[in-house]
Design a protein around this ligand. Structure first.
Ligand SMILES: Cc1cc2nc3c(=O)[nH]c(=O)nc-3n(C[C@H](O)[C@H](O)[C@H](O)COP(=O)(O)OP(=O)(O)OC[C@H]3O[C@@H](n4cnc5c(N)ncnc54)[C@H](O)[C@@H]3O)c2cc1C
Length: 124
């Protein structure tokens, strides 16, 4: 959206490839939207800090690079929230507790529906 407003967008990704965990078709859609837009991608760079001038990234060899930016958007991934499941299992060990969806591992809606279906089939 920002790139489509002709704002310069710089992606920083600590992995060696960009747009991981999406389908080939989704990737093509985004690549098409980025085409001819002021977008650049820095892979293999980990965000180290944010300051008044922008950000500092560090590569695998420990090399630091300062990148100027007016705004920083953090989208650094998800972790499962296990609190409720772990709590139920420890407080009520006699209870059958089944897991489905992002509490197992953050994925897509399809996976949550699939997990839910399998969990329902496992119910006593
Ligand atoms: C920003 C974002 C964009 C996404 N975009 C897509 C997409 O385009 N396509 C796609 O397929 N997937 C997408 N996903 C992933 C998708 O939303 C999840 O994989 C899916 O919603 C997981 O379903 P869920 O039922 O496991 O968890 P959730 O949908 O998170 O549902 C869990 C529910 O449990 C409730 N809850 C939590 N604790 C308690 C409690 N103690 N008691 C009662 N209720 C509780 C929560 O309020 C929540 O409503 C996206 C996720 C995010 C965060």
């Amino acid at each position: 959206m920002l790139a489509e407003q002709d704002k310069e967008v710089i992606f920083v990704e600590m992995l060696d490839s960009f747009m991981n965990n999406i389908t080939f078709d989704e990737k093509r859609v985004y690549e098409e939207r980025f085409r001819d837009k002021p977008v650049s991608v820095h892979t293999g760079q980990r965000l180290e800090s944010v300051n008044d001038d922008g950000i500092v990234v560090v590569d695998r060899c420990g090399g630091r690079t300062a990148i100027s930016a007016d705004s920083v958007v953090l989208a650094a991934g998800f972790r499962p929230n296990r609190g409720l499941i772990d709590g139920l299992r420890s407080e009520l060990p006699q209870l059958q507790v089944l897991e489905a969806g992002d509490c197992v591992c953050p994925r897509k809606i399809f996976d949550a529906i699939h997990d839910g279906h399998l969990a329902a089939k496992l119910l006593d």
